[in-house]
Design a protein around this ligand. Sequence first.
Ligand code: AN7
Length: 369
Amino acid sequence: MTVLADAADAAGFLGAGSTGSGIIARYGDWLPVAKDARVITLGEGNTPLVPADTLSDRLGCRVWLKVEGANPTGSFKDRGMTVAVTVAAHEGATAVVCASTGNTSASAAAYAARGGLLPIVLLPAGRIAAGKLAQAVVHGARVVQVEGNFDTCLELARKLADDYPVSLVNSVNRIRLEGQKTAAFEVVDTLGDAPDVHVMPVGNGGNLPAYWRGYVQYADAGKTTRRPRMWGFQAAGAAPLVLGHPVLNPETKATAIRVGNPASTALALAAREESGGLFEAVPDEQILAAQQFLAAKEGVFVEPASAVGVAGLLAKAERKELDHDLRIVITVTGHGLKDIDTALSGHDVGGGPVVPAELTAIADVCGLS
Ligand code: AN7
């Protein structure tokens, strides 16, 4: 028994004070989690920081990818969800609700299932990538597809949490952002300092200020010599933070960031201001081209929304707006397998050659003969 309990403790499954896997185990001192809380974790965080050599050459900078698709449910949302669900359960919640463009619902469903809570997810009907919908379904969420976009779903999720005994785990629940800031800690812990620029896609605007908070806290604690500029990129058809006003009917193939009225607008604008950063928009064609580039040249398969930062940097370099030799970290937020329909839409996959079962025929079509 003792051996088993030690093993569980080492894996970070016993309490906030234990060491081991998962962001609460590793960064609990920086998080608002009670020491006696039962930690609900899937071992999230500690994701790869991958040097992007081809991209570095293209941009004339030193570039790393923070690959958040390597989290347990395939996106950065797990960092916030372990904290939100742990705290909700500690406070006695038995059900959680979220509105989602897909990844939040996948993560909420998994962590709630693990913690023994009922997950309720409100999704914009027909606008969720199939992989994400599958995650919510298999984890046993009560999936409600709402006739409306994400912004409408969020309004309804807030009201449901106001009027019924369910805990809201959208990022308007600031505890989520506390968890998400740990990705900035990891970047610094790996590189030894903050980068010059941190780049990421922006939808609801929660993750960018979460990173900023992490960098500021580490700088204040003397763990970095500098604070990065925060650069956020949105899809051109859903770019309220670039335009400076909400977008009534946001449209983009990057469904994860199809948000017209970001819940964390004020925090996101403050982080841009304080860091001397920027927000810019990128058209869908460039987003999908960047997705292909990452997969084919760096070996990293991300979902469309996750390629927006790369697309934005390539566009800036093209316009000669990028200084050389910057140290840049780009967060690629979610795994490519979540949305294979969009990934395959640019390829002639169904039409790959069918050959007789003969070696020479295969060598022929591969150009080997
Ligand atoms: C892959 O899942 O909002 O700017 O409901 O899934 O913090 O919103 C997802 C957002 C970027 C944008 N990349 O982050 C949801 C949801 C991916 C995402 C974002 C999301 P925020």
